[in-house]
Design a protein around this ligand. Structure first.
Ligand code: ACO
Length: 320
């Protein structure tokens, strides 16, 4: 039986850092309001000539170096993104070309902030069914391009970035233990970017729209439930979890999930203060930061969880 083990991780944040103070100069907001409601202090914004694939490639190169393998060893590329470079081709194909490789399957998954959970679960299934041996799984976003920068209710929440993981097939026990995915399209209206290209025109709003309170209520319930389910199906108790690596949307949502699971906050990787919500990139960025900072150690048990527009949500347990 094959297991998908994490061989390496990488992350990339664009150079430009925008603080809450910077934002208070363009919209009617304050550091106090943003920090107390969300925990966010700053976010990074891609340069005008920087595409989602550029961020993804930088994260991928860091993950390849960390894993000690060449791009040519990769036989599957999955990019989780809701902000692709273009309508098509898939950003994964653009990433593949920029990495200087060709031939292996490369495709995007679109599950917004739950995208990395969907991508990881898909790569795990490929590895378990012997369709891949070394998978490059990336979450990459340029959400700054979807934001109405005059709307203080949304523009303060998000940032750009990319995180990447190399999964490797191995007979050795461990690696990804269990994956759980859910979706419910009945809630698509509470978080969406409805705009679409129709015969050369953009129809509906091209900006992100959100009912913040409805999202909050849905997210805390759904995450608590799925995190408990993935632990139960993995045969894990709260005391077995060394680290929770949550989607970084909002500190209050993160704290609520930890409380429901009876896991103390000092076992939760929190990166959102400096990054904001980077959608599909947030979980691999937090995983990478947890590993590179020396907090996450080999042999430890991890619980990853995320939720986003769709609504779509998921959780994954890993023996790292
Ligand atoms: N600065 C100052 N005031 C603001 C800001 C801001 N940036 N944004 C909204 N306000 C004002 C509103 O205009 C409103 O003022 P009013 O009463 O005069 O009309 C007041 O603050 C309260 O607005 P609410 O929307 O009710 O604020 P709330 O306390 O619900 O906080 C927040 C908003 C932080 C978005 C909260 O609802 C939340 O955390 N929701 C979860 C959303 C989330 O995390 N989304 C991420 C994407 S989904 C995902 O990744 C899971």
């Amino acid at each position: 039986m094959l297991h998908a083990h994490i061989l390496g991780t990488g992350g990339y944040l664009p150079v430009r850092r925008v603080s809450n103070e910077d934002l208070s100069k363009i919209v009617d907001t304050s550091d106090e309001w943003i920090t107390s409601r969300t925990g966010i202090k700053a976010r990074h914004i891609a340069a005008q000539d920087e595409q989602t694939s550029d961020l993804a490639v930088k994260a991928a190169q860091a993950a390849l170096a960390d894993a000690g393998i060449d791009a040519a060893d990769i036989d599957l590329i999955i990019v989780a993104t809701s902000t692709p470079d273009m309508t098509f081709p898939a950003t994964a194909c653009i990433v593949q070309n920029k990495l200087g490789i060709a031939g292996c399957p490369a495709f995007d998954v679109q599950a917004v902030c739950a995208g990395f959970m969907y991508a990881l679960a898909t790569a795990n299934a490929y590895i378990k069914s012997k369709m891949a041996t070394k998978a490059l799984v990336i979450g990459a976003e340029t959400f700054s391009r979807l934001l109405d920068w005059s709307d203080r209710r949304t523009c303060v929440l998000f940032g750009d970035g990319a995180g990447a993981v190399i999964l490797s097939a191995s007979e050795q026990e461990g690696g990804i233990l269990h994956t759980e995915l859910r979706a419910d399209g009945a809630y698509s209206h509470i978080l969406q970017t409805p705009g679409k290209i129709v015969s050369g025109d953009i129809q509906d709003s091209p900006y992100l729209h959100m009912d913040g309170q409805a999202v909050y209520k849905f997210a805390v319930k759904a995450l608590a439930r799925i995190a408990q389910e993935v632990m139960d199906k993995s045969g894990l108790l709260p005391t077995d979890i060394d680290w929770i690596i949550p989607h970084q949307a909002n500190l209050r949502i993160i704290e609520s999930t930890a409380r429901h699971l009876n896991v103390p906050m000092d076992k939760v990787i929190v990166t959102l203060a400096e990054q904001g919500n980077t959608s599909a990139a947030s979980i691999p960025l937090a995983l990478d930061q947890g590993i590179k900072s020396g907090r996450i150690q080999r042999g430890q048990t991890l619980l990853l969880e995320g939720i986003g527009g769709g609504f779509a949500w998921g959780a994954v347990t890993i023996k790292y």
